[in-house]
Design a protein around this ligand. Structure first.
Ligand code: PEP
Ligand code: MG
Length: 612
């Protein structure tokens, strides 16, 4: 505490009580410490005989404030009164909002086989062989300094927060990041870090705050991974139910990408971060409560994990297996229930309407989109009308007419051939890097006739409908201007009225990000193609069999933020990211209000939106 603050300023105090049933744990504490940091005055929390700096999340957690505990919050220094008022309000909000969904009420148990009971962590049914938790130490030569390993760990937590957004899962990663930042300041070597974690673990062991240990161990594991000392789970590549003592929150990432059908934990708190992340990942899970006496584990025979009734059956009877399979079907029926609401508009929890359009490729998929509840077509991948043989002008007109008759809002993308999409009858010169070659709008230079006929067919079918035309692979403003002029010329040549037609671009080449001011002056709209934008942003071919460009999406999110901040024309997203449930909160928070997804995703994404 600075001497200046002690001498010249008055202290302000208030007494606050922890009302959340979960205590003052990592997530609210991270948020509280962050707010405290915005003030320059000294702020501290006194509880029993301990005192903690309110700006230090680790110090706050060390108080182990549990439900019903009351503490004194004191501020002294510049704007101390304001700090106290702000923090008091925030604390009360944090306590009220700390209502992470309670596990569902148990249903009746109906199985014949010997059951072992458990508490439900995440609902659902799993039928698969039982597999016991195993890990393997993987040492890789990373030669990374502790400083860089910490940096990478922070970056990783940032990315996970970006992916999960403002969901309970996302908040865990944000809070862990804050905790790690504090620990970095206090521990300058990996040994010091390890000692701190050990000390904290020892002091919390056996207390009601034991669950906190896993966050510290998780952070240690993450840093060690970046130092090349990873302890990784070994998982089967066929469906399985995992049984483990407990898991660290960070291990759920690996499990959600595996064949895990269900998880049995011998000890974890239902409100631990591991449990929250299991719920976020939707993996049926139980924490076993007894009786003990698990029969010998069998991976070859199916066991049942029923997280609706809270039981595990190691050796189920045929009847049991049938019952469980039926229940699984019921779950599927729930999915159908969501589907039943597919024609209803989707509004966020705050009441903001979000438009759900479809990505289609022909008349058949456009009809499917209608049937699935799409409000329009955000991307007609017109090249698929051309795949087998070049369609005649009349065939093209007919296809467009049928699609335009289904929806009022249709965006047609002009031929996007090249890269991974070749047409057998369209001669393209051999290229070393086809993804960087003649693709999309570049066909205007090499194959103007096929585009002339396509535009004529679209304009003819549109009549006076307000259709949108979108050019793919645009890298330069001039390209767009020339393509639009080309289209206007086609309309003039064939005396077709295009005054209701808008022209926009697929935003999928990174150069556009740096010319948005110029594009704003000429385009009518943008549709972000995150598939290609990722490909070109990360320089990883989208069809590459080994390399994946989705491990760290923070640069992509930065790009999207830049677009939404600088675009003055309507922006929608038609790349795969629009159907990624984890990305949804983030995209909506950026102000995106129109998404275009494959027809099969429409009902699901609409339902998700209702909960964001
Ligand atoms: C994209 O690039 O994100 C996109 C939607 O277009 P396509 O996948 O057809 O290239
Ligand atoms: Mg694309």
């Amino acid at each position: 505490m600075s001497l200046f603050n002690t001498i010249f300023y008055k202290s302000y105090h208030t007494r606050l009580c922890v009302t959340s049933a979960h205590g003052f744990h990592l997530r609210p504490a991270a948020s509280f410490a962050n707010t405290a940091k915005q003030f320059s005055c000294n702020i501290f929390v006194s509880f029993k005989d301990k005192k903690a700096d309110a700006k230090n999340i680790n110090a706050l957690l060390s108080l182990s404030l549990d439900t019903q505990d009351c503490f004194m919050l004191t501020a002294r220094g510049k704007k101390a009164k304001e700090a106290l008022e702000t923090l008091t309000k925030q604390f009360s909000r944090l306590m009220q909002n700390d209502q992470e969904s309670e596990p569902a009420q148990k249903e009746e148990t109906l199985y014949e086989g010997k059951t072992i009971t458990g508490e439900t962590i995440a609902e659902g049914i799993a039928i698969a062989g039982l597999y016991e938790y195993k890990t393997k130490k993987i040492s890789t030569q990373r030669n990374l300094s502790l400083h860089n390993a910490l940096k990478e760990s922070l970056q990783e937590l940032d990315n996970l927060h970006a992916i999960y957004g403002t969901t309970p899962g996302g908040n865990i990663y944000l809070a862990q990041k804050e905790l790690l930042k504090t620990l970095i300041q206090e521990n300058k070597t990996i040994q010091a870090f390890e000692n701190t974690v050990k000390k904290i673990s020892d002091s919390l062991a056996g207390t009601s705050n034991e669950a906190k240990i896993s966050d510290y161990q998780d952070l240690l594991g993450r840093i060690k991974k970046h130092l090349g000392l990873e302890e990784k789970m070994i998982l089967p590549d066929i469906p399985f139910i995992l049984i483990a003592e407990d898991l660290l929150p960070g291990q759920i990432e690996q499990l959600s990408q595996s064949q895990a059908q269900g998880i049995l934990l011998k000890r974890t708190s239902l409100r631990s971060h591991t449990a929250i992340l299991l719920r976020a990942a939707g993996i049926p899970s139980l924490v076993l409560t007894g009786p003990d006496g698990m029969e010998p584990l069998s991976f070859s025979n199916p066991a049942i994990l029923d997280a609706h009734t809270g039981v595990f059956i190691c050796t189920p009877t045929q009847n049991d297996l049938q019952k469980a399979a039926k229940r699984l079907q019921k779950n599927t029926a729930k999915t159908l229930q969501i589907r039943a609401k597919r024609f209803e508009k989707s509004y966020t929890a705050q009441g903001k309407p979000i438009h759900l359009l479809a990505n289609v490729s022909d008349v058949k998929s456009a009809k499917e989109a209608k049937e699935e509840g799409a409000e329009g077509i955000g991307l007609l991948r017109s090249e698929f009308l051309f795949t087998q043989a070049k369609p005649s002008f009349e065939t093209q007109v007919q296809a467009y007419e049928e699609i335009f008759a289904l929806f009022e809002n249709v965006t047609v993308r002009t031929l996007d051939v090249g890269g991974d999409k070749a047409l057998p009858y369209l001669q393209l010169p051999p290229e070393h890097n086809p993804f960087l070659g003649i693709r999309g709008i570049r066909l205007f230079q090499t194959h103007p006739h096929i585009l002339e006929e396509q535009l004529q067919a679209i304009f003819t079918a549109a009549k006076n409908r307000p259709i949108k035309i979108m050019f793919p692979m645009v890298a330069y403003v001039q390209e767009f201007i020339q393509a639009k002029a080309f289209a206007q010329n086609v309309a003039k040549t064939y005396a077709l009225d295009i005054c209701n037609i808008q022209f926009g671009i697929m935003l999928e080449v990174p150069s556009v990000l740096f010319q948005l001011q110029h594009f704003n002056e000429v385009v009518d709209f943008y549709s972000i193609g995150t598939n290609d934008l990722s490909q070109y942003l990360f320089a990883i071919e989208r069809t590459h069999p080994i390399l994946k460009n989705d491990s760290d999406l923070s640069a992509l999110y930065e790009a999207l933020l830049k677009i939404t901040a600088e675009a003055t024309k309507p922006v929608s997203i038609c790349g795969e990211l629009a159907s990624d449930q984890k990305a949804l909160p983030k995209l909506l928070a950026m102000g995106i209000d129109t998404l275009s997804v494959s027809p099969g995703y429409i009902s699901l994404i609409k339902e998700e939106i209702r909960h964001v």
